[in-house]
Design a protein. Structure first.
Length: 306
């Protein structure tokens, strides 16, 4: 248990977004994807997810780890099936975002959701590193926290941002408690607790984060960890379950998404900033990972925030 406490203490948690949403028309998004973690709370009706269309009922919570592609159905009626790209381009036809949840005014299927980032040592996406699928949590505390965060986020009250941050911290800790208390993903947690103790690996993570636009070959990483170039790939994969170049590409794309959302830099500039000298290659890899072109990812933000 102490090892898990150390991981929790090392987490840097960042609130990103909160919304309450009414379902206008039931829709299935076949390849829902985001780099951040998303937690849904169903108020009325259902959400469905995965190949088997597992149901998330009223009062239940669906956790979708960042970096995990999933099929998600919003609403309990007959659903239209769309790609993530088509859904985002026509989102207003299917979902309506509102500023708050009122049980008295509840007439349609509706849900709230929170998106957030949780990184170990401000470097590694914790839930993504577990490589776990989306899963349901039947936890009243989680539901209450989500509702509180959404209400506070739209309150405009003094100290709102501080309260939202504190409540998001609690939300993440509660999610980890739930996973441990229900013996979920025990092997993945054990693996993480081991490799987060290895200072050489942490040095590699930190170096990658600080140098995403530079050469991050295995030769460079070997020098950082003070191991041989032939061994560094095996060493990294043994501890994390993925090879270093796959991890680097995920980090580069995550930063690219963040720049698309927060800056006015051109696609070419962003590609260069995250280590891609060839803009066309960057665009191909981006679309392969996210299912939509980089330019549409930028436009998606104005759509997703309605």
């Amino acid at each position: 248990m102490e090892e898990y406490n150390k991981i929790i203490e090392s987490l840097s948690i960042r609130f990103i977004k909160a919304r309450h949403t009414n379902v206008i028309q039931s829709v299935t998004v076949e390849n829902f994807y985001d780099v951040e973690n998303t937690i849904f709370l169903v108020h009325k009706g259902v959400l469905k997810f995965g190949k088997d269309k597992e149901e998330v009922k009223a009062g239940e919570v669906l956790f979708v780890p960042g970096g995990k592609m999933a099929s998600i159905t919003y609403g309990s009626g007959k659903a239209i099936s769309l790609s993530n790209d088509d859904f985002l381009n026509n989102k207003e036809k299917y979902l309506e975002s509102v500023k708050g949840y009122s049980q008295e005014e509840e007439t349609r299927d509706n849900f709230s959701y929170i998106t957030f980032e949780a990184k170990v040592f401000d470097t590694v996406n914790f839930f993504a590193s577990l490589d776990i699928p989306p899963f349901v949590m039947k936890d009243g505390m989680m539901g209450s926290l989500i509702q509180d965060i959404v209400v506070e986020h739209f309150s405009g009250k003094l100290g709102r941002d501080r309260i939202v941050k504190l409540e998001t911290d609690r939300l993440v800790v509660q999610a980890i408690r739930y996973i441990i208390q229900h013996n979920l993903y025990v092997e993945q947690l054990a693996t993480n607790s081991n490799y987060f103790k290895d200072p050489r690996l942490i040095d590699i993570f930190a170096y990658i984060k600080d140098n995403l636009g530079d050469d991050l070959s295995n030769k460079i990483l070997a020098n950082v960890a003070n191991v041989s170039e032939d061994y560094v790939g095996q060493y990294f994969k043994m501890l994390t379950g993925i090879n270093p170049q796959d991890y680097i590409e995920y980090q580069r794309m995550e930063k690219a998404v963040n720049l698309l959302r927060t800056s006015k830099k051109s696609i070419r500039e962003i590609g260069k900033d995250v280590g891609y000298k060839d803009t066309a290659y960057f665009c191909r890899r981006f679309k392969m990972m996210f299912g939509i072109p980089a330019g549409k990812m930028r436009r998606r933000e104005s759509l997703i925030n309605v």
